[in-house]
Design a binder for this molecule. Structure first.
Ligand SMILES: [Zn+2]
Length: 304
């Protein structure tokens, strides 16, 4: 019997996918989804640092913000992994000294063979409307308005957000300084679709999407980011995060949803998300879909 594909959650939106026997040499293929492992002291997480990761073949990065990309430079250097990410993510890693041969820049539309019978396809996506709030709302809270705010208005509100986050205390400030790789914005967000011998898996690391893209993907399992204010086709969701996640699931129609980005990874800014409203909304929109909450490093048998 074939060994089962597993998914380890490293907190925030970082996961490790292990596909048995999928390397060209017959060994297990190890794929990091995002690379943010380090945390502010005392924050929820796996209790590891990026320095602790000694095995990876690939790292796919959803977008260039520190809480997704920071760590990829060390993981790539330590393991020789190839990093797939936006041209902005690749620019940052090039500046960190990651060899060019280990950098695979994408813009959406690519299909990359990463294992014997495994491919990953890249699709354009959207970042959550992080400019529209300071601390994150709980999943049941209905958020309205903020429609048609132009680029300049959003930039001004992002400036307010940065000042506020920097006021969260010395440890947070030190963490933000250490993780600051000079990203020029999010670099463009992606969703990735893995096609493996055991099933297909969609990976999203921030709560945003283009509806027209999601509705054609039909993964067996979807990792969906549940944090902040959802972005629907460029505008903030008019409703709750729970409704946003459930609507995404109704577009994708997976058999299982695995939540990501919902833990309290940066206390003061993030919240420990109450997943009950998400479970209830999902039950209304897609009753046969299973919602999976996995613990840190729990080796979830991802395709069931
Ligand atoms: Zn982000």
């Amino acid at each position: 019997m074939r060994a089962t594909a597993t998914l380890d959650w490293y907190g925030c939106a970082t996961f490790r996918l292990v596909l048995p026997g999928e390397r060209e040499d017959g060994r297990d293929l190890v794929v990091f989804l995002d690379a943010y492992v380090d945390r502010v002291p005392g924050a929820a997480g796996p209790g590891l640092r990026a320095e602790d990761i000694d095995r990876a073949d690939w790292a796919v990065i959803g977008h260039s913000h520190f809480d997704h990309l920071w760590g990829a430079e060390r993981i790539a250097r330590q393991t020789g992994a190839t990093v797939v990410g936006s041209h902005e993510s690749v620019r940052i890693l090039d500046g960190e000294g990651v060899p060019t041969a280990q950098l695979l820049p994408v813009a959406g539309g690519e299909r990359i063979r990463i294992g014997r019978e495994t491919h990953v396809s890249v699709f354009p996506s959207l970042h959550s409307c992080v400019w529209s709030h300071q601390g994150m709302a709980q999943a049941h809270e209905v958020c309205l308005g903020d429609l048609r705010v132009d680029w300049h208005g959003r930039q001004a509100r992002m400036g307010d957000l940065f000042s506020w986050v920097a006021s969260l205390g010395d440890e947070t400030r030190a963490h933000l300084r250490a993780s600051d790789q000079g990203a020029r914005g999010d670099g463009g967000a992606f969703v990735y679709l893995f096609e493996t011998p055991q099933g297909s898996l969609l990976y999203q690391d921030t709560s945003g999407h283009w509806s027209g893209i999601l509705q054609d993907l039909r993964p067996d399992v979807a990792i969906l980011a549940a944090a902040g204010r959802g972005n629907v086709d460029g505008e903030p969701v008019q409703g709750s995060l729970a409704q946003f996640v459930a609507r995404q699931a109704s577009l994708l129609k997976p058999g299982r949803v695995v939540l990501g980005h919902h833990d309290d990874w940066l206390p003061g800014f993030s919240v420990a998300t109450d997943t009950k409203p998400i479970r209830e909304e999902l039950g209304r929109w897609l009753p046969r879909c299973e919602l999976v909450e996995t613990g840190y490093l729990a080796a979830l048998e991802v395709f069931g």
